[in-house]
Design a binder for this molecule. Structure first.
Ligand code: SAH
Ligand code: SF4
Ligand code: F3S
Length: 468
């Protein structure tokens, strides 16, 4: 068995990525009558991986159910980004164990995703959670059928610490009929010092543009209205491939497929080119919305984080985007309490927020991830100080979110209707081109269509509107 190992992951070879085109004949009767339940934690990448897992399972006969109690197989697709992601998993695992010991001893419990790529997690599963039947990593989702057929091992652990390949012709079962995720690149080579992702997801591997375009063209043909291109650093797309087009060129080609709405996540400020900004500005179907993670406003901390840009460079880029892309909304990610962050460092972060006045932001307290360089730093800042900073930052972020949202009052916006509001079934919800959540009264036949809505009220996290 080849356990995930962070030291190994760091010593990446220049081995060329293998492109594997699946052309399997699936046997729908193999697991006929069996039912599965997937719980997904983490980012869009994990959400999309769960669509891949569901696709594989349904192509061999499994059907999905909505609860652990009805399932023959429970899959927990995990996230490792912060400690609280671990806590959530173990809470849910407890519920699965209860079902297995009380009502369904044949329940298969499987764990996959980013936590499954951590050596300490694997060791904990082996010693403390022997009732977990199957563990697989982020690199071998398409081996799922083989793993389910393997009945010899008591606890079957199949995770690799490897560079990773690229699989094509994956049988996705997409959650939505009008909104699709499309991977353009896997893994990450940035190795920001606080982050676990380069270890859990392998080295950066771009898909070939010809395969991406084919997938996007098929989505358009099948009536999809929105595509989001996915990668940890979409703007570094193609850099790992000889002679591949750049992200700006890819964006233009996907835009030319005629998809109504095109989005992408995540853009690292470091690789953001002028050519990209021009393509976004000059194509109406590329949405005026960019997620541009800041992480910190202090040059000292940015350097320790290994982010490769300064506060000034970030703000210059920010302004360039705002000036060129009309009405562009920009959101961000910020970490407070990186080891030994001082009040001055934190004030630099607040200063960037006051300059950029973000549309919204995801804010986090730094969480040490075992094996990453930052986790080795002896941190002198007490948790209370970090919590206070987070609170102060959030107040400021919410103030600007509200201010930005208020600018939309009485304006007409286009909304892609996604579903029925969970709290009030007379209302629908959807997102504007700038990725703002809008709630408004309407009937469910509008789900999956683009409608015009006049904004009647603005809050920090959402807008209320009225159908035109
Ligand atoms: N590839 C993206 C980020 C993916 S992770 C990028 O580089 O921008 C999503 C966010 O989680 C990060 O932007 C960061 O703000 C946060 N994050 C990552 N590692 C973290 C850690 N150890 N502690 C706290 N937050 C973290
Ligand atoms: Fe993590 Fe940095 Fe890669 Fe983003 S770019 S996934 S923060 S290592
Ligand atoms: Fe979490 Fe892995 Fe995404 S660690 S944030 S699920 S890449």
């Amino acid at each position: 068995m080849n356990l995930p190992n962070i030291n190994e992951a760091r010593k990446r070879t220049d081995k060329k990525t293998e492109y594997i085109y699946l052309n399997e004949e699936y046997d729908k009767s193999a697991f006929k009558g069996k039912k599965y339940f997937i719980r997904t934690y983490g980012c869009q990448m994990n959400v999309h991986d769960s669509e891949e897992i569901a696709g594989h399972l349904e192509s061999i006969g499994y059907k999905s159910v909505d609860s652990i109690e009805e399932a023959d197989l429970v899959i927990l697709n995990t996230c490792a980004i912060r400690e609280n992601a671990h806590d959530k998993l173990y809470g849910f695992l407890g519920r699965c164990k209860h079902v297995k010991t009380s009502t369904n001893p044949n329940l298969i419990i499987a764990i996959c995703g980013c936590m499954a790529q951590e050596e300490n997690v694997i060791n904990e599963l082996k010693t403390k959670h022997p009732y977990v039947d199957l563990v697989f990593g982020t690199h071998n989702i398409c081996d799922l059928e083989k793993l389910l057929n393997n009945k010899t091992e008591k606890q079957n652990i199949e995770v690799f610490s490897c560079e990773g390949n690229v699989y094509e012709n994956v049988p996705y079962k997409r959650d939505s009929k009008f909104k699709a995720w499309v991977n353009i690149q896997y893994g990450c080579d940035k190795f920001c010092t606080y982050c676990i992702v380069p270890y859990t997801r392998g080295k950066q591997r771009s898909r070939k543009s010809i395969d991406i375009l084919k997938e996007c063209e098929d989505l358009v043909k099948n009536g999809y209205l929105e595509i989001t291109l996915l990668g940890q650093n979409v703007n570094a797309y193609g850099k790992d491939l000889d002679g591949e087009i750049s992200f700006a060129e890819l964006l233009k080609k996907v835009s030319d497929t005629g998809i109504k709405r095109l989005r992408f996540v995540t853009s690292h400020p470091w690789d953001f080119t002028d050519e990209m900004i021009d393509v976004i500005a000059s194509n109406d179907n590329i949405m005026p919305y960019i997620h541009l993670p800041l992480q910190s406003g202090s040059d000292r901390i940015l350097k320790l984080m290994g982010r490769r840009y300064t506060k000034e460079e970030y703000i210059t880029l920010f302004n360039k985007i705002k000036n060129k892309v009309k009405g562009c909304s920009i959101t961000t990610d910020i970490i407070v309490g990186f080891p030994n962050e001082s009040d001055e460092d934190f004030n630099e972060t607040l200063d960037v927020v006051n300059t950029c006045k973000y549309d919204s932001a995801f804010t986090f307290i730094y969480s040490p991830r075992e094996g990453t360089p930052a986790a080795k730093i002896d941190d002198k800042v007490p948790m209370e100080v970090k919590e206070k900073r987070l609170h102060e930052l959030n107040e400021l972020i919410n103030k600007y979110s509200l201010e930005n949202n208020k600018k939309l009052l009485d304006k007409e916006v286009e909304v892609l209707v996604e579903g029925i509001n969970e709290k009030d079934s007379t209302k629908l919800y959807g997102y504007t081109d700038t990725m703002k959540l809008v709630n408004f009264e309407g009937t469910k036949d509008l789900i999956g269509t683009l409608v015009n809505v006049t904004i009647t009220d603005a809050k920090s996290f959402s807008l209320d509107g009225k159908l035109k």
